[in-house]
Design a protein around this ligand. Structure first.
Ligand code: AQP
Length: 322
């Protein structure tokens, strides 16, 4: 059983792409850590009250997924070793390699006041991962480049200072690793997309989900077929449905091939509604019991600290700070 670490930013309400690309592949194995990476959220503009609420609701979602039993769920800023190791790795990272990060380029594009944090956050992410000596990092496709940077940094560190870090592998699902926006299938679905119709939130009502799927951008023609280059909108809906109901894409496409987009979208909406409803209800119930969330986060913090503290000490020894 591979030990895993992964994180999710409380930058807004969690969207279906986060779930399909990442959360659904997080396994509650002993020794694995799943983190609400709140410090990362500060790399883009934020509202304190919203951030506070999003940290709670994201933690509740991880708990609803059963990740607080077996594996550990915690909040990044509760374990100060993350920020401390990040400074050391900031001094090993290179401007050139960080400039090549596509997330920085796309999130910073067109913005006048891009923060330094947005530029360096992949090194904080490397710290998050490397503190726990994990073999695997289950992520969506958009985070693959950051896990590769983490590998490069770990190898650079180990070759200069001795074998301290485990070099992790990204674990990326074959289907659903990049769920696209419902309004523009050339862009990925994103929490921070200002267009509410571009994304399904895990907190959306059944009616909201149905409406968003029914108005999703599809492609010219009327045949339902899986062809990401020629039919990106339909292919995105097929991927979403297939990952959620477990039926192969080809079988779904064959069922709806000649039924037109209306019937196809109604079928997809039904699958998404059935998948999201139990999560939404569980999160709502958990949020009414803040003490239960606190207990999970406190257990997670204590477990994380037991690994992070000695690892940071090893780093300090290796680089000459201790
Ligand atoms: N559209 C997506 N399809 C598949 N996987 C996705 N992930 C994000 N969007 C998709 C995966 O979700 C995990 C958590 O992501 P994150 O919170 O760390 O930040 P992100 O990748 O930047 O996701 P968002 O939703 O687009 O957030 P904002 O809007 O804040 O930038 C990661 O494993 C990610 O790959």
């Amino acid at each position: 059983m591979a030990k895993a670490f992964s994180g999710i930013q409380p930058t807004g309400q969690i969207q279906l792409g986060n779930y399909i690309g990442a959360l659904r592949n997080w396994r509650p194995d002993p020794g694995s850590y799943y983190c609400v990476v709140d410090l990362h959220s500060l790399s883009q503009t934020w509202e304190p009250a919203e951030l506070r609420a999003n940290i709670r609701s994201t933690a509740a979602l991880l708990q609803a997924l059963g990740l607080g039993e077996g594996s550990h769920v915690f909040v990044q800023s509760h374990v100060h070793e993350h920020a401390e190791l990040a400074w050391v790795l900031n001094c090993l990272g290179r401007m050139g390699e960080l400039s090549r990060m596509t997330q920085f380029k796309s999130k910073g594009r067109g913005k006048a006041d891009v923060s330094v944090g947005l530029f360096t956050y992949p090194l904080l992410m490397a710290s998050d991962i490397l503190l726990y000596s994990v073999q695997e990092v289950p992520v969506g496709e958009d985070q693959k480049q950051h896990v590769e940077l983490t590998r490069d940094i770990a190898e650079r560190f180990n070759s200069r200072f001795g074998p301290v870090f485990t070099v992790p592998q990204p674990r990326i699902a074959e289907v659903g690793a990049r769920v696209m926006s419902l309004r523009n299938p050339a862009e990925k679905m994103s929490k921070s997309d200002p267009d509410p119709n571009s994304k399904i939130l895990l907190s959306d009502s059944d009616e909201a989900i149905q409406k968003k799927i029914m108005t999703a951008v599809t492609d010219s023609g009327r045949e339902v077929a899986y062809d990401p280059a020629e039919k990106p909108g339909v292919s995105n809906l097929l991927e979403i449905a297939s990952t959620l109901c477990g039926e192969p894409i080809e079988a779904l496409a064959a069922r709806y091939r000649d039924q037109g987009y209306g019937a196809f979208k109604r079928g997809v909406a039904e699958i998404v509604v059935e998948a999201v409803r139990p999560l939404r209800e569980q999160v709502k119930e958990l949020l009414s019991d803040p003490a239960a969330i606190e207990r999970t986060l406190e257990e997670g913090r204590a477990a994380a600290e037991r690994e992070a503290r000695p690892m940071l000490d090893r780093v300090k020894q290796a680089v000459g700070l201790l």
